[in-house]
Design a protein around this ligand. Sequence first.
Ligand code: SAH
Length: 447
Amino acid sequence: MNFSDSEVVASILKNKGYELTDNSKDASLILLNTCSIRDKAEQTVRNKLKNFNSLKKDNDKLKVGVLGCMAERLKEKFLEEEKIVDLVVGPDSYKDLPNLLNEVENNQRAVNVILSKSETYGDISPVRIHNNGISAFVSITRGCDNMCTFCVVPFTRGRERSRSPESIIREMQELSDKGYKEVTLLGQNVDSYLWYGGGPKKDFIKANEEKKKNSIRFSQLLDLIATSFPKIRIRFSTSNPQDMTIDVIRTMAKYENICNHIHLPIQSGSDRILKKMNRLHTRQEYLDLIKKIKEIIPNCGISHDIMTGFPTETEKDHQDTLTLMEEVKYDYGYMFAYSERPGTYAARKFDDDVNNDIKQRRLEEIINLQQKHSKERNQRFIKKTCPVLVDKSSKKSKEFWSGRTSENNVVVFPKQNFSPGEIVDVTIEDCTSATLIGKVKKKSIAI
Ligand code: SAH
């Protein structure tokens, strides 16, 4: 999401005459787009800021700004705590950057952290940064209304609102015209997408009958995008179990160009902990959803987010997480130790009472189990041939391409005459827990 937002910022600044540079020594302005999701993410930002001290000494015109969630969370306090910072801009205020920069250029420090009620950047064509010309992100919703008790996102990114289908299609068309092959639709909770003419999702209920009747949900948006851009591979992230509908799964199954992969965070396998997290589903409801996904898309890649050591988590709760992982057998996952975030319900009401060693030990156990499952899951591809979108050289060997299957597995294979951006049929011969290794038996036709 931050990556995508930075592209919006680059577009706004391009219109103010700024150019991108890869070398911070050449920069007159450095913007750090920040994340607040865990304390470690914030510490990383603070360490980065320290590195800018010497750059500022060498170049007294250099200005430093912080964008994103940490800017929103800390507001003016950022200026007090980090003297190097000239500019603090929250995720919904990037259109104000030209004005804020005028202040900063006059040696004032500037702050704008006002959150918005409507889609903020629908009309902007992002400048693709560090892109490979193959895959791009397209934002479809902003903010989040879910109020998971551990999560800072609703406070830093505001209320949930959806972007108009017209502006999404316009951005998709631009990408298609430029030859992009894959788009990931982005939102904190994509399944909750709801366009009814604009405004916060929570106000839909107050909308008139006409607007309600013509409203568009995520499955309909997916359908529209898949039919409008049959040559583009479509992915989306993130799905929330309580909001994902069968219609979405059926739409995925209906279209070849919607990838067979669902990122479906669970956080914990314990009903007691799920309830305390205000995740609005039970373990069983989640498992039922997984069952439906596997029925409708048998080969679907499924990944997860899990965190260990949420307040009061016992060994029994932790075991519930491990057994849930055994039941689902995920392809891969993102795993974290709980990090208390100031201002969240959990920080206000619960003691962060699982000690760090225990959190880390449990984390290690789930990571080890996931690695075992990833390897087992990857083995199902051996001897199979799958279409792979080539995106870059393999990190380990310049002789190999790296790409992804529809299920989102990384595949490496000898380069031969293939090029990035091609969809190639690769026959898988071996695998590790992270990578499929294959070779091409015949040249394929791009979808
Ligand atoms: N709405 C997004 C949230 C992104 S945060 C989504 O559903 O993907 C990604 C993951 O970070 C969450 O799923 C959760 O597992 C983890 N996370 C969020 N808050 C956290 C916290 N306070 N401590 C540790 N991990 C956290």
